[in-house]
Design a protein around this ligand. Structure first.
Ligand SMILES: *Cc1c(COP(=O)(O)O)cnc(C)c1O
Length: 443
């Protein structure tokens, strides 16, 4: 690193400090004036100041200042093409919203009747139509509520039912970490509830739960180990048996399936879990449901009412945009998540071969290889979906991420794989254009 910097400095050959442009002069550049319109003057000025410092230190040629400032601007969230073959990629925002949900978000972005009954002109229950759609989707629930995400649903439940030192009984086999250091036990304890761990990592019996129940019990929590499996000498207690115990049973199913899905036989769903006797089911909105980030709470009406009325509920309530997207996801056509899980390998192969042919026309050589896609997002860890990918030299990975439309693939054994499964078919041409741009003329 140091050597590279030294080389740059000696190349500059003059004292770079004498050639440092003035901040005002740089800001007056037409390209930066345009950026000021979209990014704000403060952000552009901060980027100019930082960039000029690099010139002063001899790390940047003064002629490159404007380009460097443009590259340093933070910008907004950028749409990317998910060619990873991971359907619910947490770093790429999990579920992609359906066109219907996107339209609903746009329509709700202005003023909207989220909390007003237009017929009477009176205040109405916030998000009532989205909640009704969720309830219709899972009639087995006595009532439903929606908060910001699955974690918020857990916090609200723990606070309302077990705060101030009451106990949440949970199996040691279900004390899970979801990802990026997010550990369920830490989250639950942050509410002031106490965790009463029962059983062992691999085995928990009904008697373990029974012995733990006492006057301090808030509820039993059953957590779906959504991102791992324990195999071998194992046992856990099904909801049907826990439901016979004299305390509420809360099931965190994670994935957000509302009804059984034959494609995902090992994923629990809300309807079945409620039918088995859970008092409350917690799930995410942006996993297999394919909707916006949200925490779904489905269960016995008095329990839901208690959660809704808790003062903390106000801090966890969802935005009108979320409600709009959730409703359209529940009532609209199939989501991109659903489609990506079900796209046929034959159709995928045809698209991939077509992209390969377009690349060949532009002089870029790519192989088509069999690959494996996964659900991701902490769901269905055992399931692999047979897929097809374009295979390219791995040094393409970084420039493809930096392109006008970033393309994110997956590096496997020194090759960059681009799996079209989660790329909207209408974007196949864009993906090809981005690869051609990276490969340069005639590959
Ligand atoms: C994903 C997940 C969560 C967290 O949900 P978020 O919506 O990401 O907050 C909690 N529990 C389980 C079992 C999960 O899979």
């Amino acid at each position: 690193m140091r050597r590279v910097q030294e080389a740059t400095m000696s190349e500059a050959q003059v004292d770079p400090r004498r050639r440092v442009p003035r901040t005002d002069a740089v800001l007056a550049d037409p390209r930066l004036a345009a950026a000021t319109g979209s990014e704000g003057r403060a952000a552009v000025k901060a980027a100019v100041v930082g960039t000029l410092q690099r010139v002063r230190e001899g790390k940047l040629d003064p002629a490159e200042v404007v380009d460097a400032v443009l590259a340093a601007l933070p910008g907004g969230l950028r749409p990317v093409l998910n060619a990873t073959g991971v359907v619910l990629h947490t770093n790429l925002g999990r579920a992609a919203l359906s066109p219907a949900a996107r339209d609903a978000v746009a329509a709700a972005a202005g003023h909207t009747d989220v909390e007003l009954d237009l017929a009477t002109g009176r205040r109405a229950k916030r998000g009532r139509t989205a909640l009704a759609a969720l309830h219709r989707a899972v009639p087995a629930a006595g009532d439903v509520h929606v908060v910001n995400n699955g974690a918020a649903a857990l916090v609200l439940t723990a606070t309302a039912l077990a705060a101030e030192g009451r106990e949440i009984i949970v199996s040691r086999g279900e004390m899970v970490e979801i990802g990026d250091g997010f550990r369920l036990p830490d989250l639950l304890e942050s509410t002031g509830a106490r965790l009463r761990e029962v059983g062992t990592t691999n085995r928990t019996s009904p008697a373990d739960y029974e012995r733990a129940i006492g006057p301090a019990t808030g509820f039993i929590l059953k957590v779906h180990p959504s991102n791992f499996v324990v195999r071998g000498f194992t046992s856990s207690v099904p909801i049907t048996e826990l439901a016979a115990l004299p305390v509420p049973v809360v099931a965190d199913i994670g994935s957000g399936l509302l009804a059984p899905d034959p494609l995902l036989p090992d994923e629990p769903d809300a309807a079945t879990t409620l039918a088995e006797g859970a008092d409350l089911v917690i799930a995410s909105g942006d996993k297999l449901l394919g909707g916006p980030q949200a925490g779904l709470l489905l269960g016995a009406a008095p329990l839901i009412e208690r959660l809704r009325r808790h003062p903390l509920a106000r801090a966890l309530r969802v935005d009108k945009l979320t409600l709009a997207a959730l409703q359209a996801t529940l009532t609209g056509p199939a989501t991109p998540t659903w489609e990506a899980l079900r796209v046929s390998p034959e159709a995928l192969l045809a698209r991939t071969r077509h992209a390969q042919a377009l690349l060949a026309e532009a002089g870029v050589e790519a192989d088509v290889v069999a690959s494996e896609a996964v659900v991701g997002g902490g769901g269905a860890p055992e399931l692999t979906l047979p897929s097809w990918s374009l295979s390219l030299p791995f040094p393409y990975a970084s420039p493809l991420r930096a392109g006008a439309t970033p393309v994110v693939g997956r590096v496997e054994r020194d090759r960059l794989l681009l799996d079209l499964r989660c790329v909207p078919p209408s974007a196949d041409h864009t993906l090809v254009d981005m690869v051609v741009a990276v490969a340069g003329p005639a590959g």
